[in-house]
Structure formats: structure tokens, C-alpha cells
Design a protein around this ligand. Structure first.
Ligand code: PLP
Length: 353
């Protein structure tokens, strides 16, 4: 793809690529050689540039450390069959980034900067994109309030960065999840639809409780009734019951997942029935008790499709269908085929670098 403007690049003189064990990648541990950075001050984005990966110097007064103005995105770049690299739906991630920023009173990042920075960084660090099946280059744009000031206020200064890390397949094993009937991830009027750091920090405690009870994740429910399924960890919740793909309607308490949207699009394209609507755990329970075949899975950038093999609802637990012929896996395969170029990209999802 043509580049709009060139971002100044300072290359590393000591690449770590050769020392990186691609056969032993742990998610998010190994940065690529470079990062993108730009500062917002005086009401404008300054000095967008790519530099060797480095630590930051930050004032202990930096507002983000105290009041949590911090927003991030997560997307992946894939090595295509013909050797080119494609970033999956960066425009949709950019839109969501700006929606999150608005909710957190943080300045928008113009698409020229966001897309060009991604393009240049991926181009420069393209050799870091793993060659193994389902490996990818994970891209993490993020922004935080850097202004040094202890007062509770909206910051006037921010840092926007993009870092990248090679990743292998995520969540290899089917998940055991617990329907959360006590804690809340997001309430109406809150920040649920924003990818802001606080949402994740607040989810740790209930998730740790669930882990201690032997589950991998919680399935969040609505804050009023603890009845309607919302999402799970870093994934949107999807179900296939009676050949229909059902997923909670997008509300301000849910993250508008790019994977969710992509799977819904593929399902509709196949002529599969899809329903975006409220789904209560009672409905799930009735289907499972009635012996229906229920496929349940999490949809998200990291895992793409994470099969759920067990759903715990109060004291009762149910097995879900995870056999090899489950329909959910076909979405994962199809997305993989589109991203790697073995199936036509009719929706224009691949941004080829
Ligand atoms: C809370 C939450 N829900 C859902 C998702 C899935 O979104 P996406 O498919 O865009 O990765 C994520 C991951 O970004 C998430 O953090």
C-alpha cells in the first residue's frame, strides 16, 4: 500500500531478532526492535517518529499513574502466503481507539498518524512476524496522560506509542468459564465500551477469584440483574444454538470487538442465521439442561476463537460442544485463510504493508 507521509526512523544498531526463540514465544514478553512515539502538547501531536525500542522516563507526577487516563488497542499483523505482511482491519481499531479516547477526555489520534505509524513500524519490523501457523505480530497502540501534575484534572499532555511483539497461538486449551453473579465489569453509563486500562484492572479481582475456584475466565453479566451475558475477559461472547449464531447486542457496556464483527459478517455471508440480542444465562441453562448442542466461544484478537468447554452457573455446571466439527472452528479457519491470502479478502479487511 502507498504511504502517505514518511515518519522519521532511527534504526537500531543491535537487532535482537537473532536471539529470539520463536519456538518459545510467551504472549507479550518480547518487544520487536522498534517502537513508534509521538507527544501531544500545546494542543497538537508533535514529532511522530520511530526509534529503537526503549524504556520511558516519566515524572512520578504523570497524571496517568494517578487518575488512569490510559487507553489501548490490540491488533495483529500476519505473514501472508506470498510473504507480504497484512494488518487486520486497522481502520476499525483506529475508530475504536478514538471512541475510547473521547470517553476518557483524551485527544483523538488522526488516522494519518495512526495508520502511517502502524504501516512504517510493521514494515520496519516485518522480519519479526512469525512464520509458524497462527503466529502473528501483535500490535499495541496506546496512549496515556504524561503531564506532570498531581491535581485531579484532565491532562494537557499525552504520549501515544505503538509497540509490537511476536506471538504464537493463544489459549490453546478450551476454557472453563463461570457466569459471574456477584461482580460487575461495566455498568450503564460507565466505560465498558472503552478500551481503557481501568476496565482491565477492575476485572482482575473477580477473575482471580474465579481462577481460585478452578475456572479460566468469568462470563460477565449485566450490572442490574446479573442475568444477561455480556462478554468474557478480553473476548466477546458468542454462542451457536440450533444453527443460529447468537451474540449479545452491542451496548455501551460491551467492547465493540473487531473479531465479533468479522465473525458475524462471515456467518451472514454463509447464509447462517445470526442474532444480536440479549441472551440470559437462564436461556443458556435451559438449552444446556435440555440437552441441546451448544457451542460457546470467546471472540477476540488474541485467541480469535477460544472454545468454551464448560459453563458454570451457580452450583450447576454444563459441558458445551467442542468437538472438531464444531462450527466455531470454521470461523477461525476462514479468518486465517483471509488473513494469509489463501481466501479472497472481499471485505477489504487486510491492510497489506
Ligand atoms: C473487553 C474486551 N472485549 C472484547 C474484546 C475483543 O475485541 P477484538 O476482537 O477487537 O480484539 C477485547 C479485546 O480487545 C476486550 O478487551
Amino acid at each position: 500500500m502507498e504511504t502517505a507521509f514518511a515518519i522519521p526512523i532511527r534504526r537500531t544498531t543491535k537487532s535482537r531478532l537473532d536471539q529470539t526463540r520463536f519456538d518459545r514465544l510467551a504472549f507479550g514478553k518480547e518487544p520487536t526492535d522498534h517502537l513508534f512515539i509521538s507527544e501531544f502538547a500545546g494542543n497538537e501531536w508533535r514529532d511522530p517518529r520511530i526509534e529503537p525500542f526503549h524504556d520511558l522516563r516519566l515524572s512520578p507526577f504523570a497524571l496517568a499513574l494517578h487518575y488512569g487516563q490510559t487507553v489501548f488497542e490490540g491488533m495483529k499483523a500476519f505473514r501472508m502466503e506470498d510473504g507480504r505482511i497484512s494488518i487486520f482491519r486497522p481502520d476499525k481499531h483506529h475508530e475504536r481507539f478514538n471512541r475510547s479516547l473521547e470517553r476518557m477526555c483524551m485527544p483523538a489520534v488522526p488516522s494519518e498518524i495512526f495508520l502511517q505509524a502502524l504501516h512504517e513500524l510493521v514494515d520496519l519490523d516485518r522480519d519479526w512476524a512469525p512464520t509458524q501457523p497462527e503466529g502473528a505480530l501483535y500490535l499495541r497502540p496506546f496512549m496515556f496522560a504524561s503531564e506532570a501534575r498531581l491535581g485531579v484534572k484532565v491532562a494537557d499532555e499525552y504520549i501515544f506509542m505503538i509497540v509490537a511483539t511476536p506471538v504464537a497461538q493463544y489459549y490453546a486449551n478450551p476454557l472453563r468459564v463461570k457466569v459471574e453473579l456477584e461482580y460487575v465489569r461495566a455498568a450503564e453509563g460507565g466505560t465498558g465500551y472503552a478500551k481503557c486500562g481501568g476496565n482491565y484492572g477492575a476485572a482482575f479481582y473477580p477473575t482471580q477469584q474465579a481462577r481460585a475456584e478452578g475456572f479460566d475466565q468469568v462470563l460477565w453479566t449485566d450490572s442490574r440483574h446479573h442475568e444477561f451475558i455480556e462478554e468474557s475477559g478480553t473476548m466477546n461472547a458468542m454462542f451457536i444454538i440450533d444453527d443460529t449464531l447468537i451474540t449479545p447486542l452491542l451496548t455501551p457496556t460491551l467492547l465493540d470487538g473487531v473479531t465479533r464483527d468479522s465473525i458475524l459478517t462471515l456467518a451472514r455471508q454463509r447464509g447462517m442465521a445470526t442474532e444480536e440480542r440479549s441472551i440470559s444465562w437462564k436461556e443458556l441453562q435451559a438449552a444446556l439442561r435440555g440437552g441441546k448442542r451448544v457451542e460457546a466461544f470467546g471472540a477476540g484478537t488474541a485467541a480469535v476463537v477460544a472454545p468454551i468447554e464448560w459453563i458454570q452457573i451457580g452450583s450447576e455446571g454444563f459441558g458445551c460442544y467442542t468437538n472438531d466439527d464444531a462450527v466455531m472452528y470454521s470461523f477461525k479457519r476462514e479468518l486465517h485463510a483471509i488473513r494469509t491470502g489463501s481466501q479472497p479478502d472481499i471485505h477489504g479487511w487486510n491492510y497489506v504493508v
